[in-house]
Design a protein around this ligand. Structure first.
Ligand code: SF4
Length: 370
């Protein structure tokens, strides 16, 4: 009983109670930063490798943008791409990010094919430590051996990425404050997740799972039916079973809750979001050409830092109205960014705890008296 109460208290603390309409003009606290469209992978669930990478921001342009007053309250930045390790002077970009006045954490996502990422990560970690900024590294791994090779469509992809993961994992103190190995769940790997999970457990990786989603920034909405588990009834069932198992196995409350809500999301005919999203009112995406978006998933481009001050773009009345429409029309069905559950999720999780605990009793009573 004590543990159940503790679990509940942790959930109450973890929930995001605020309902966001997008109307408030708040300075962003998070930047999603795809620094390049260049990529050395050909993933089945992504089109970024087919996109143009011409005319991307130079380091001088980037340094100027990071001084824009719009970013004065940003405390967290996530670098991704494309593949960020293909930027030869990546450390210079990190240096400019670390000069933001309120920065507290820096994250990087990589496919880990390029061994050079180790050197880059190591240098960025030194810079982060000097600034007292938490540095988190996330490396993608979508399957064991050939499953990963086929998803990434790169020969020896699994061998390349596990070399980098193993080095980061074994010598973590040289590279980062926290390390995550992230799997994107899709049609191509949904039947092989147990294999991957077993491998990750043997290696003691901090493995996390999320659903492959439609994302305009990487053009994946155009190929949705080719990878999404939501497009195939039998894949939905397998994914549900997997996420339910993860929910039951997870020890950490946040992780447990997250997997349960993904499981629940998969059960809707029209899926419904049960997580808050920082990009609804406190995040911004800047692409490799300095263009701004409210979020990467659904937002249209709202302006370019090459032509205007970020603050004027982000808070423009016309754009704020557009953000409200976006939240009203799209967010409810989006499963990207599953960090903090929203208040709607509380009844669902409580109902599930109650159901799991008392259903056998109710069943016995029904069998006896009805
Ligand atoms: S569409 Fe998705 S990512 Fe974009 S603001 Fe809404 S919930 Fe967040």
């Amino acid at each position: 009983m004590f543990f159940k109460i503790l679990f509940l208290l942790k959930i109450l603390k973890f929930i995001n109670w605020i309902n966001v309409s997008g109307k408030k003009k708040k300075y962003p606290k998070v930047i999603q930063l795809p620094l390049t469209n260049k990529c050395n992978s050909k993933c089945v669930m992504c089109n970024v490798w087919k996109m143009s990478n011409s005319n991307e921001m130079t380091i001088d342009e980037f340094a100027k943008y990071m001084k824009d007053p719009l970013f004065k309250k940003v405390n967290s930045v996530g670098i991704n791409g494309g593949e960020p390790s293909l930027i030869p002077n990546l450390e210079k970009y990190a240096e400019k990010i670390l000069a933001l006045p309120s920065i507290r954490s820096l994250n990087i996502i990589s496919n880990g094919f390029n061994k050079n990422i180790l050197k880059q990560i190591r240098s960025i970690y030194v810079l982060s430590k000097e600034k007292g900024v938490h540095f988190h590294v996330s490396i993608s791994l979508d399957g064991y051996e050939d499953v990963h090779n086929k998803i990434r469509r790169i020969p020896n992809a699994f061998k390349k990425v596990t070399y980098v993961i193993d080095e980061l994992h074994t010598n973590k103190e040289k590279y980062c404050d926290s390390l995550e190995v992230a799997c994107t769940v899709m049609q191509q790997n949904v039947d092989y997740l147990i294999e991957l999970d077993t491998y990750a457990k043997q290696k003691n990786y901090n493995m996390t799972y999320r659903l492959a989603v439609s994302n305009k920034r990487i053009g994946s909405e155009k190929i949705f039916s080719k990878y999404s588990v939501l497009a195939e009834e039998k894949c939905i069932q397998t994914a549900k079973e997997f996420f339910y198992t993860k929910y039951k196995q997870s020890q950490r409350v946040r992780e447990k809750y997250k997997y349960f809500l993904i499981f629940h999301y998969l059960g809707f005919r029209i899926p419904k979001r049960l997580f808050a999203c920082p990009w609804q009112d406190s995040g911004v995406t800047i692409n490799a050409r300095g263009e701004l978006f409210y979020c990467a998933v659904e937002s249209k481009m709202i302006g370019s830092l090459r032509h205007s001050i970020g603050k004027n773009i982000f808070f423009k009345d016309e754009n704020i109205k557009y953000r409200q429409e976006l939240i009203k029309n799209y967010c409810d069905h989006c499963i990207h960014y599953v960090f903090r559950p929203n208040r709607k999720s509380l009844l669902i999780i409580l109902n599930n705890i109650f159901h799991e605990k008392y259903y056998p009793v109710w069943y016995k009573l029904k069998a006896k008296f009805l």
